[in-house]
Design a protein around this ligand. Structure first.
Ligand code: 5GP
Length: 259
């Protein structure tokens, strides 16, 4: 049985500020953290689910890719101003809430990513789901144990192959894992993480990506392995000055041009 707590919130707004426009996402964030602190994890997640549907912030993600993204070639998108170098923390937290909304019924026990650019998004998802996150390391540190899950990963942006590893203590057969990363491109990084999850005996619930370049082979590779994928922004094609997104509308997929 659920325990109900009485609570009261007093909000004072000076008369001269009454015309203030309130951003819906900010209100959601305040209420989300209030209920999290006061009513426990499950109810907080329920509350977040109540704001069903793809949030305003996910629209903002597409807008910012269009506005701030530098398209270096037909395959490389630079989003250093808000995702990959400087990070918009509120947007990052919103991506975590979106993954929690999409995968929230899956009883996830752990989020897995790969260093470095997946970390802030895995952390956001971990916070929203109330579970720890683990990041696979690209280089072996002296502090690391010898009991590791290891997979080779070829880096699309750096042109190098890494042996990525996860300490066996942090991924177990009882875990239900959501993998999160910033980009899905050739799929090499995510296929490596999928192999690590499977080697550990844990259950892979799915993969969440912030940006998917759907014209590259990553999605196909993962789907061939039976992996459920949810990407927050799916790019059908791009060239300098132009990004074409794929939008999911019910069962239909529409490609919408945004010049
Ligand atoms: P993969 O080719 O294995 O799917 O991509 C691996 C990693 O390369 C991603 O996690 C991301 O960090 C990086 N990456 C791939 N494509 C792009 C891109 O177009 N822009 C940026 N900034 N990073 C990318």
């Amino acid at each position: 049985m659920r325990t109900r707590h009485a609570c009261a919130i007093r909000i004072s707004i000076p008369k001269d500020r009454l015309h203030l426009r309130v951003d819906q996402a900010q209100v959601e964030a305040v209420f989300f953290s209030f209920f999290r602190n006061n009513r426990g994890k499950n109810e907080a997640i329920e509350l977040d689910h109540a704001a069903k549907g793809r949030g305003q912030k996910m629209k903002e993600l597409e807008e910012r890719i269009r506005r701030e993204g530098a398209i270096l070639s037909e395959t490389v998108l630079k989003v250093d101003s808000f995702l990959n170098h400087q990070v918009d923390t509120e947007l990052a937290l919103a991506t975590g809430r979106e993954f929690a909304r999409v995968f929230g019924d899956e009883k996830i026990t752990k989020v897995l990513t790969i260093e470095a650019s997946g970390i802030q998004f895995a952390m956001a998802a971990g916070i929203a789901l109330g579970v720890p996150f683990v990041y696979a390391k690209k280089k072996k540190a002296v502090t690391q144990s010898d009991k590791l899950y290891v997979a080779p990963v070829h880096s699309f942006t750096r042109g190098e192959t890494y042996q990525v590893s996860v300490d066996q203590r942090y991924l177990n057969a009882g875990d239900r894992v959501l993998i999160v990363d910033d980009f899905l491109a050739t799929g090499a990084a995510l296929v490596g993480l999928v192999d690590i999850v499977r080697e550990s005996g844990a259950e892979l619930v799915g993969v969440g990506c912030i940006i998917e370049k759907s014209f590259q082979e990553g999605r196909g590779l993962l789907e061939a392995k039976g992996v459920r994928i949810h990407s927050l922004a799916r790019i059908a094609s791009m060239k300098p000055g132009e990004v074409h997104f794929i939008e999911e509308t019910g069962n239909r997929q529409l490609t919408e041009e945004r010049a």
